[in-house]
Design a protein around this ligand. Structure first.
Ligand code: HEC
Length: 136
């Protein structure tokens, strides 16, 4: 009986810890939202669905939910020639390297946890690593 309650307590504690570490902090989401509105919304739209032939959706794409390095590189360097959900685009995505590491981390954390997306946060340090890798 005692062992059972210890096991239950451990499960609850583990679940709470993993859940809270997965939830992005509210202030990060708030800053990320503002940056999204000023830096990304014009093309990818308020609901993240994009515009046909002009900008792709950011909802559950492999770039948004997948490897963070690739995602960070897209924002730092821009990108062209992608096919997203069977569509190609007239214009390339411009680079946003003038944004700070923290700003890129916040906006990507926001995108990865908005529009129905759910994925781990991006840190300023992860962005910094990609910026350094680019300079080599
Ligand atoms: C001037 C318009 C424009 C702006 C501003 C813009 N994008 Fe894009 N984005 C594009 C286009 C166009 C593509 C597809 C380019 C291609 O490969 O042809 C793209 C592709 C992407 C992709 C990869 C494909 C996908 O849909 O998953 C991601 C992720 C992305 N953008 C995120 C962002 C974020 C985050 C911002 C703001 C920091 C941003 N974009 C700002 C136009 C834009």
């Amino acid at each position: 009986m005692k062992l059972k309650s210890i096991i239950i307590a451990l499960v609850v504690i583990t679940a709470t810890i993993s859940f809270s570490s997965f939830q992005p902090k509210p202030d990060v989401m708030e800053r990320g939202k503002k940056l999204y509105q000023s830096e990304c919304l014009a093309c990818h739209q308020a609901d993240g669905r994009g515009v046909s032939r002009l900008a792709p959706t950011l909802i559950k794409t492999p770039w948004v939910l997948g490897d963070k390095k690739t995602l960070i590189d897209i924002v730092l360097n821009g990108v062209s020639g992608l096919e997203v959900e069977g569509e190609i685009f007239y214009n390339p995505m411009p680079d946003h390297s003038r944004l700070s590491d923290k700003e890129i981390a916040d906006v990507l954390t926001f995108v990865r946890n908005s529009f129905g997306n759910k994925a781990s946060a991006v840190s300023a340090d992860e962005v910094k690593q990609r910026r350094l890798a680019k300079k080599k």
